[in-house]
Design a protein around this ligand. Sequence first.
Ligand code: GLV
Ligand code: MN
Ligand code: MN
Length: 407
Amino acid sequence: MTFHSMWAELLPIGRSSASGGYRRFAWTGADTECRAWFRQQAESRGLTYELDRNGNQWAWLGDPADGDAVVTGSHLDSVPDGGAFDGPLGVVSSFAALDELRARGAEFTKPLAIVNFGDEEGARFGLACVGSRLAAGRLTVEQAHRLTDADGITLPQAMERAGYDVGAIGPDPERLGRIGAFVELHVEQGRALDLSGDQVGIASAIWPHGRWRFDFRGEANHAGTTRLVDRHDPMLPYAETVLAARREARLAGAVATFGKIAVEPNGVNAIPSLVRGWLDSRAADQATLDTVVTGVEKAAREYADAQGVELDVVRESFTPVVEFEHALRDELARILGKERDAVLSVPVLGTGAGHDAGILSGTVPTAMLFVRNPTGVSHSPAEYAAEDDCVAGVTALADVLEGLACR
Ligand code: GLV
Ligand code: MN
Ligand code: MN
């Protein structure tokens, strides 16, 4: 099956006809369809299909027990109204790269696996990279049991409803111990490659990033009859905090976003009792990120006090800076440079986006390849990569896998 036909098969799954974006949330029907597609791709290639204890899917060529395996893959879930490429490009490219290696007659000296990590985006339960975090012991079973979606369904309940055994979730050191290298290919979520004129790049680092929940609690009251001076309206400090986040991020050279909000009782003619906003903030280094988040929280407290509103701030997740292993990164640059007759001809880029590769990097040697995104747009239906760039990504991934697993 070609890259093009695999891509075409996945395209309709979980796509909203209203927005044109994807709603492939963990353990929903769309996710199940994506998972069935993965399994079918694995089995049609004669790969050994495995579902691990945390719901991640694996397709093995060779015996995993031999160890020092070379693993590639990404995720198939999406953010709300996400694009087609973030995640699926890595999974489809992995199968296509294996096909290319087989066509080249490559002889594998190490086991090779393709993986689909579950719930990478955290769109449903609020925490990103749940599958890889659980496997790497970066999310405890107790914490996983407390994750709840907007309808009050917990993660284990959702997994159970989708037909999975949740009794076994937890750290999986034996499985991760078999991996000698993990390489994730991903659409770039910025325009560095477009600006440099390259189709493919290598990741250097992932910025530290986290999610903080701001709960502003005021007093519900009538929108028509309550005098302005008598109100404790949590929407006001929330709105001022959004502006403070923008200001703090701009001053620090970081980014900060309130992209999700919940309002109670959520009536047009009622002053809210609760405004809950989620801050996503990221910076090149830890000290800068701390400065931004501390500044936003301080401002939020002042605004809340001024309105007689209570504020609770909870850090819901945090991922420290990831510096991808230099030896593997340099090996990728050598392999790709050599193929193009110019060592280090491949750009090496940092990114503000989180990835399963970042989570695993503390446990196994990990690297990433990026494919050009001409607009830089991501987490949006407008996300795009040209097919010839995707095909160049497949060739680069095949070169890397051949260099790592066939020597
Ligand atoms: C995942 O894509 C993230 O960076 O939030
Ligand atoms: Mn994403
Ligand atoms: Mn992704």
